[in-house]
Design a protein around this ligand. Structure first.
Ligand SMILES: NC(=O)c1ccc[n+]([C@@H]2O[C@H](COP(=O)([O-])OP(=O)(O)OC[C@H]3O[C@@H](n4cnc5c(N)ncnc54)[C@H](O)[C@@H]3O)[C@@H](O)[C@H]2O)c1
Length: 267
């Protein structure tokens, strides 16, 4: 028996990285899964059971039509994991205003649109799941540790993810009594194409090492480690969890080290 048997799930950003790992994990846990992404097709083909749709999360008509199609095909939508996003930014004195707009548009407005049509679809369906059968749906937004704390040059990305965190909490308040749980995952630095796109270029090796060692577990995270938390949040195990911005960050936001562990032989 899977933890998402009979659930209908939509995963945005489902062609790559965290979204893709979530698609595969949800499928393994018994869900019917749709993978949405702006890419025409995933670089590596998805399992045949997965319905793939090319959807730009900034395009309202397409997002609306996507949810209508899921409901038409399956009668309902139980889980939405919104992982579509981009990384970009820079210190504001160096950041083109158009780039600020692009990041906010994809990461924050995209979240608004996906959550908006997910909520509309969920509000219209009967509650079926949850420990007392009172759950209409679960929405999980991918924010970031960079939506909780600042990082060098984070500006637009961090602002967009901070927006995702507070938007998530507002949705949890607005829809809690209607049986819709809404949570955000705040990953640390996860080894995906998004991360290598920013830090993979020559000259960034030391920065990358420092980032990895800033996680108290001493390493980057893996996409599967975020997918397993998305699974928890969409499952009945999380039936009393809503409005949370959950760091899944190997201790990145736990605090700072100053070399004392090394002096004590702990590191
Ligand atoms: N990788 C990390 O270190 C990290 C850390 C914290 C948060 N996150 C967040 O997790 C999410 C997934 O990131 P990832 O690392 O898997 O990245 P990724 O680049 O591997 O995957 C992101 C996917 O989103 C898709 N996408 C981009 N713009 C889109 C749009 N307008 N419409 C639809 N799809 C679009 C891309 O095509 C890509 O397939 C993002 O929101 C990211 O900000 C990632």
């Amino acid at each position: 028996m899977g933890r998402l048997d009979a659930r209908i799930a939509v995963v945005t950003g489902g062609a790559s990285g965290i979204g893709r790992a979530t698609v595969e994990r949800f499928l393994a846990e018994g869900a019917t899964v749709e993978s949405w992404d702006i890419a025409a097709s995933p670089a590596v083909p998805l399992p045949a059971e997965v319905v793939y749709r090319q959807i730009d999360v900034t395009d309202e008509d397409t997002v609306k039509a996507g949810f209508a199609a899921v409901v038409e095909a399956n009668g309902r939508v139980d889980c939405v994991v919104h992982a579509a996003g981009i990384a970009s930014g820079g210190p504001v004195n160096m950041l083109e205003t158009a780039e600020w707009d692009r990041v906010i548009n994809i990461n924050l407005k995209g979240t608004f649109l996906v959550d908006k049509y997910a909520a509309i679809a969920m509000l219209e369906q009967e509650p079926l799941f949850g420990v007392d059968g009172a759950q209409r749906g679960s929405i999980v937004n991918l924010a970031s540790v960079e939506g909780l704390i600042g990082t060098e040059g984070g500006s637009a990305y961090n602002a967009s993810k901070g927006g995702v965190v507070i938007l998530t909490k507002n949705l949890a308040i607005d829809y809690g009594r209607r049986g819709i749980r809404v949570n955000a995952i705040c990953p640390g630095f996860i080894d995906t194409p998004l991360l290598s796109g920013v830090f993979g270029m020559p000259g960034m090796e030391e920065v990358m090492k420092d980032i990895a060692s800033s996680h108290q577990l001493g390493r980057l995270g893996r996409a599967e480690e975020i997918a397993s938390v998305a699974l928890f949040l969409c499952s009945d195990d999380a039936s009393f969890v809503t409005g949370v911005a959950l760091p899944v960050d190997g201790g990145y936001t736990a605090g700072h080290r100053h070399g004392i562990s090394e002096l004590l032989g702990l590191a």
